[in-house]
Design a protein around this ligand. Structure first.
Ligand code: NAP
Length: 203
């Protein structure tokens, strides 16, 4: 019998991508025996429509720069290219249709995002063809989190110490002239300074 391919879809705003994200993807790849992790920088995420995000094309470029050294990581511009709001259901359905039933899909993201997951569009239908890996920061507590039985069966939590690094802290550091070296790949650091990103604190 042919083994199903196991594909991780790493969803996030990645504004900017940092070592916490990269360590999360690599840890998920190892623990869940994934053949490949596809990074999908969000286009217009539904919960951030009023936020001033860095343009999706720039977040995509930084994600490309960061993932080049890992042969198991690839980047998709699927959400970046879409005009519409990026619901995870639509994104995962597109990947499901692309890979067919020969692949098992795992959506990887931060546990903070997953806390609201029961409000996500068509979440119970999504569990028909997708599992979820939620990365937590050390000391993270999930006391009040409740999910439907269908989702609970498909949701895995994974503690990632490197997630002490956060995109919001990196943006704040750049705006305040503090160093960001060793928090993210050097190529991404260079891109940020070369293009003058995060000079002002926005949100
Ligand atoms: P967020 O709300 O900005 O992030 C929540 C937390 O998770 C932050 O601490 C963030 O850290 C962390 N995080 C985000 N992505 C991560 C990843 N891939 N690995 C590890 N930690 C991660 O979340 P977001 O980035 O905007 O959204 C996460 C994903 O959920 C996106 O793909 C988004 O489209 C999806 N989502 C879908 C719906 C929906 O379909 N209705 C609703 C909400 C979110 P950093 O700030 O350091 O990244």
């Amino acid at each position: 019998m042919v083994q199903k391919k196991r594909i991780g879809i790493m969803g996030g705003t990645f504004d900017p991508i940092h070592y916490g994200h990269l360590v999360t993807a690599e840890a998920a790849r190892h623990r869940f025996e994934l053949d490949q992790v596809i990074f999908v920088p969000s286009g217009r995420p539904p919960h951030k429509l009023s936020h001033q995000l860095t343009p999706a094309a720039e977040r995509l470029l930084m994600t490309l720069l960061a993932t080049v050294p890992n042969q198991n990581f690839v980047v998709s511009d699927w959400e970046e290219k879409r005009e519409q709001i990026s619901y995870t259901y639509d994104t995962m359905l597109a990947f499901h249709q692309h890979f067919g039933n020969e692949a098992e899909l795992f959506f990887i993201t931060g546990a903070d995002a997953v806390l609201e997951i029961m409000q996500w569009r068509r979440i119970d239908e999504l569990t028909d063809f997708c599992s979820f890996i939620a990365a937590t920061r050390p000391g993270y507590r999930l006391d009040d989190f409740q999910a439907s039985p269908k989702l609970t069966a498909k949701l895995f939590f994974m503690e990632v110490p490197a997630l002490a690094i956060s995109s919001s802290d990196i943006r704040r550091r750049v705006a305040q002239g503090e160093p960001i070296k060793y928090l993210l790949p050097e190529t991404v650091e260079m891109y940020i300074y070369k293009h003058g990103l995060y000079k002002e604190e926005k949100n």
